[in-house]
Design a protein around this ligand. Structure first.
Ligand code: MRU
Length: 304
């Protein structure tokens, strides 16, 4: 994502991997639309986009309280969005947005270094959704861990859940892994359990949208099922996320708002339910990796 004069210019992730197309947002409301419609998505990335949206509103002389309100309402689950808006409140400048962006990418690099410690030579990993550079403003959280493990010769290959209904895995993560030349294979979400049972998965690594004070973690719908499957097969389940994703004000996962998206993302023929996220209980998470290091249970203590 780039800030470009009187507009925020971002890569339109809806068009990937087939087309690499930029989207220009001329107002904070247009940035909010881009977040809501998922032209930009992924917890840290929407926080960064919102920060640039505030800088844009300030440059234009718009009502900053209104800009913040519209951006805050764009998506409910990732805490990075209200976190970034709070960071921008004292000075809604381009420099501050850029600093926040650079700091998030630096956090990803630090997390990746810590997370690489969790890999052994020949590790076969499985990931869900997209927690790559696209989702974080650069480098990636879970995908950053995979990159670091690959660079250290610790990763054999990655299974990529396609991640229905919007296919962030098969459209975005596979695209990023291809660019990084990391061996990978896309699988149907429902194939994960069977491949675990056949001994083809050594660890699961995902990002997060919001981590409650006790370690309960909201992430893309399907993450909870994966964590249950991993526990059943005695496979470690790791979450990699920056401290901007920690929500200390929410004691546990029951307080995390879960976005319900338009049912037509699933079917326009029948009634449908479309929760976009789920909550994985802390008890199913082997470790949470932030830029500060690898944290293990009990998370109420280790995440403090
Ligand atoms: O609906 P999305 O695509 O924004 O969901 C994204 C995820 O669930 C990611 O795993 C999460 O935001 C972490 S991104 C580093």
């Amino acid at each position: 994502m780039e800030e470009d004069g009187p507009a925020v210019v971002l890569l339109d992730q809806r068009r990937l991997p087939h087309e690499v197309v930029e989207l220009r947002c001329g107002t904070a409301a247009e940035v909010a639309d881009a977040i809501r419609e998922m032209a930009i998505r992924g917890a840290p990335a929407i926080g960064i986009a919102a920060a640039y949206g505030m800088a844009l509103a300030s440059l234009r002389g718009d009502d900053l309280a209104e800009a913040e309100r519209v951006l805050a309402a764009s998506r409910p689950t990732a805490v990075n969005l209200p976190w970034a808006l709070a960071e921008m409140r004292p000075h809604a400048t381009v420099e501050r947005a850029r600093m926040l962006h650079e700091q998030e990418v630096e956090r990803c690099r630090q997390m990746a270094t810590h997370a690489a410690e969790l890999f052994q030579p020949g590790t076969r990993a499985l990931t869900h959704c997209n927690a790559g550079g696209l989702a974080t403003g650069g480098y990636g959280s879970a995908v950053g861990a995979l990159r670091a493990a690959w660079e250290r010769g610790l990763l054999e290959r990655v299974l990529v859940d396609e991640t229905r209904p919007l296919l962030q895995g098969s459209r975005l993560t596979a695209w990023e892994l291809e660019q990084a030349e990391i061996p990978h294979a896309v699988i149907a979400d429902s194939a994960a359990g069977s491949l675990m049972a056949r001994g083809e998965v050594d660890l699961v690594v995902t990002g997060a949208d919001r981590i409650a004070a006790n370690g309960d973690t909201a992430n893309k719908i399907g993450t909870y099922s994966l964590a249950v499957l991993a526990a059943h097969h005695d496979i470690p389940f790791y979450v990699v996320a920056p401290t901007s994703t920690l929500d200390r004000a929410t004691p546990d996962g029951s307080g995390i708002p879960i976005e319900e998206r338009d049912p037509t993302e699933l079917t326009d023929r029948f009634p449908a339910r479309n929760p976009a996220f789920d909550v994985t209980p802390a008890a199913l998470i082997t470790a949470i990796v932030t830029e500060r290091g690898v944290r293990r249970p009990p998370y109420a203590e280790s995440l403090k």
